[in-house]
Design a protein around this ligand. Structure first.
Ligand code: AMP
Ligand code: ZN
Length: 118
């Protein structure tokens, strides 16, 4: 299949379980920006099975801790998904963004993901 995430080179995978794998984003918003991607090609979160949706929590929690253990400047996170082209999705294989945030990384972080529509 002609899909970037179905064809990720093995060395770029930093972790995986039975249902998901994790990579660093190729064009990170902040250092450590990671993507959680189901092995199975499904377009969006809403196309995942309940088992897949549930399994993701454990991997997100694990990497939240790993990132903060490795970098004490990380003081917050944004978790985000773009579901559909009109919501900004560019790779049509479901992925969840975990974006580390650091105090002072922007002038006024208030609102966070609400900023998707300026
Ligand atoms: P979205 O806009 O939500 O579909 O996110 C797609 C994400 O994939 C963006 O954050 C891109 O920076 C990232 N991306 C695109 N191509 C690659 C690639 N070859 N390897 C890693 N990340 C990629
Ligand atoms: Zn795919």
């Amino acid at each position: 299949m002609n899909c970037i995430f179905c064809n990720i080179e093995e060395p770029r995978i930093i972790d995986q379980d039975a249902l998901f794998f994790v990579i660093r984003d190729g064009f990170p918003v902040t250092e450590g920006h990671s993507l959680f991607i189901p092995h199975r090609h499904a377009p969006t979160w809403f196309d995942l099975t309940t088992e897949e949706q549930t399994a993701l929590s454990a991997l997100l929690n694990k990497h939240k801790k790993l990132l903060q253990d490795a970098d004490s400047t990380i003081t917050g996170f944004n978790i985000g998904m773009n579901c559909g082209e009109d919501a900004g999705q560019t790779v049509m294989h479901c992925h969840v963004h975990l974006i580390p945030r650091r105090k002072g990384d922007m002038e006024d972080p208030k609102g966070g993901v609400r900023g998707v529509i300026p």
